[in-house]
Write a protein that binds this ligand. Structure first.
Ligand code: HEM
Length: 398
């Protein structure tokens, strides 16, 4: 494959099915390169790690959206994400992130272990002999866990799941007009719901994360009401399909490698290493974007110009042979894996400990409760540029 074919293939459905050969060609071309339309692509692990941590890079925020899409606020799905910490720069980002991190603590995540195990067990028990793993397990578990985290009552969860799924379109540059319309509707519905929940928790605080964030927002200087709302919606959308894809991709990797699945079944303590390697091998988030305002010395003789728009290919960095020998092999015995799948620097995934815990609990439990779980034919990937995963993953349990 030549360089131009590799670059073009990332923007074609067939290329997106398996982007890894194209990533190899692009990475061999350069750790970073620009294209005639002025966009920069970053492909190497070293440069990706360094740039994500560089305070000279920024995310597109509300002011940028005003410039290139003046009516963005009319789509409430887009607005909720643009107004969240994901699309906010310092100093506001630092302040909001501090408030959120102070409530979404390691202790709160650890306390969810039994909730995760309980929900996972219920889903396994309800799984038919022939099932779509995505529908039966990978979708309901993350949304159920986020709802428990936020204190959404059981009866509202199916409603939530559909809205959260519709809203995910805003994380995808290749979403269709119809998908964006549904994201707008979902954004409106979810904002209305959270406005009600916030009012309820103001009067009657519970042990949940919503109540903790509501308490933080009592000090407007720490977290404004608008920021509270946008970041509640963000938690729902950022933690859903990403984790779903880790669960779907991870189980497919295991079931394609029965000897490795047997090892994990026999020794659940291996789960953290397996999950890190799953994240590296087939990252649920394939890319992220940044830009420069000033010329930036990126090291190794590379200077990015002011106004450079960057596409950072996390999926390519995770298969960089300079960092991971034999990168296309799934090998949970690697040491010091540290994939860039959760990003890095100021915007490093706030939910990474929760996503890891869900996966570390789910895989050993699935293998033990369903010793005959195997892949059936008919698996299909979703055609996505950013969020990589399966649309359907047929399995049999007997
Ligand atoms: C940010 C990946 C699960 C909440 C991010 C970013 C990545 C990512 C790559 C950084 C984006 C950037 O720098 O542009 C993932 C993956 C997950 C996952 C692969 C699952 C396997 C979760 C969960 C939650 C969550 C479970 C919460 C319930 C967030 C939040 C941010 C974020 C709030 C924004 C942080 C900030 O801007 O400061 N995630 N995520 N994520 N993620 Fe996750």
């Amino acid at each position: 494959m030549d360089f131009q074919t590799a670059l073009t293939s990332l923007f074609m459905p067939d290329g997106r099915l398996d982007p890894y050969p194209a990533y190899d060609v692009l990475r061999a071309h350069a750790p970073a390169f620009d294209t005639p339309d002025g966009r920069w692509f970053v492909t190497s692990h070293a440069l990706t790690s360094r740039l994500l941590r560089d305070p000279g890079l920024r995310v597109a925020d509300a002011a940028d959206y005003d410039g290139f899409w003046p009516t963005w606020r009319d789509n409430r799905g887009v607005a909720s994400i643009v107004l969240s910490m994901l699309q906010t720069n310092a100093p506001d980002h630092t302040r909001v992130r501090r408030a959120a991190a102070a409530t979404f603590t390691a202790r709160r995540v650890a306390a969810l272990r039994d909730v995760i195990a309980g929900q996972a067990e219920d889903l396994v028990k309800a799984m038919p002999a022939e099932a779509d793993f995505m529908t039966a397990f990978a979708y309901p578990l993350p949304i159920g866990v986020i709802c428990a985290l936020l204190g959404i009552p059981e009866s509202d969860r199916p409603w939530f799941r559909q809205r959260a799924a519709d809203l995910t379109a805003v994380l995808e540059p290749i979403s269709t007009e119809e998908e964006m319309r549904l994201a707008d509707v979902a954004g409106r519905d979810l904002e209305d719901y959270f406005i009600g929940l916030i009012a309820e928790r103001q009067g009657n605080p519970q042990e949940d994360l919503t109540s903790a964030l509501v308490a933080a927002a009592a000090d407007e200087a720490a977290l404004t009401g608008a920021e509270l709302l946008a970041n509640l919606v963000l938690l729902l959308v950022a933690g859903f399909e990403t984790t779903t894809n880790l669960l779907g991709t991870g189980i497919a990797i295991l079931l394609e490698r029965p000897e490795l699945a047997d090892r994990l079944r026999a020794d659940p303590d291996l789960a953290p290493a397996y999950v890190e390697e799953m994240l590296r091998y087939d990252s649920p988030v394939q890319l992220t974007s940044r830009s420069t305002t000033e010329p930036l010395d990126a090291g190794d003789g590379l200077t990015l110009p002011a106004g450079a728009e960057l596409t950072i290919l996390l999926g390519a960095a995770n298969r960089d042979p300079a960092r991971y020998p034999d990168p296309h092999r799934f090998d949970p015995d690697r040491t010091n894996i540290q994939p860039v799948s959760f990003g890095g620097g100021a915007h490093y995934c706030l939910g990474a400990p929760l996503a890891r815990l869900e996966a570390q609990v789910a895989f050993p439990l699935l293998l033990t409760m369903l010793p005959r779980l195997s892949l059936a034919t008919g698996a299909e990937r979703r055609d996505r540029l950013v969020l990589r995963g399966y649309a359907t993953l047929p399995v049999t349990t007997t």
